[in-house]
Write a protein that binds this ligand. Structure first.
Ligand code: ADP
Length: 158
């Protein structure tokens, strides 16, 4: 059984993330969407809210499981039985950011392989950072966020 972990902050989950997970599930038997919590980081949404949004989006995806963690990604991946990490790449800048993380992960866990999928032109410009700005100024989030969470985000933040 090929299990991949898709780690991230998902603050909040965007259409870009969803695309990577849905494409990933055609390659892997199971995808664990792993929502990280780092006490040194300031989040826009609480961990509970980020998890709730992930659950709303993937409720009907039998191959997708949502989890949260507060430890090294590779340690959590091992404990969950994931042999792969799945990451999305939007641009060469994403690759520059990913490369050192991936090299360190490989050093710590040579048995875990990282797999990247290039995002489509439709989602390559979407980032959680930009989405948070749009939400802060009460802009239109349709088309940026998955439909399943648009009302939830409006009720919470608008
Ligand atoms: P992190 O805090 O680890 O950067 P994110 O939640 O921002 O977490 O991103 C998690 C993963 O999703 C990363 O691999 C990132 O490159 C990818 N990703 C983010 N936005 C997009 C997008 N629009 N298209 C494809 N992949 C994306």
């Amino acid at each position: 059984m090929k299990i991949a972990m898709f780690p991230g902050s998902f603050d909040p989950i965007t259409r870009g993330h969803v695309e990577i997970v849905l494409r990933g599930r055609t390659i892997f038997d199971e995808i664990i969407v792993a929502c990280g919590f780092n006490s040194a980081k300031k989040y826009f949404f609480t961990l509970e809210e980020r998890i709730e949004m992930l659950n709303m989006v993937f409720a009907h995806e039998s191959k997708v499981r949502v989890a949260s963690y507060q430890e090294l990604t590779v340690e959590f991946a091992r404990k969950q039985g994931a042999q792969f990490l799945l990451r999305g790449l939007r641009s060469p800048q994403d690759l520059s950011y990913e490369q050192p993380i991936e090299l360190i992960n490989k050093h710590m866990a040579p048995d875990i392989e990282t797999v990247h999928l290039l995002s489509s032109p439709e989602t390559a410009a979407i980032s959680s950072t930009i989405v948070r700005e749009v939400i802060k100024y009460r802009g239109n989030i349709d088309g940026l966020l998955p439909d399943e969470i648009v009302d939830y985000v409006r009720e919470l933040k608008y």
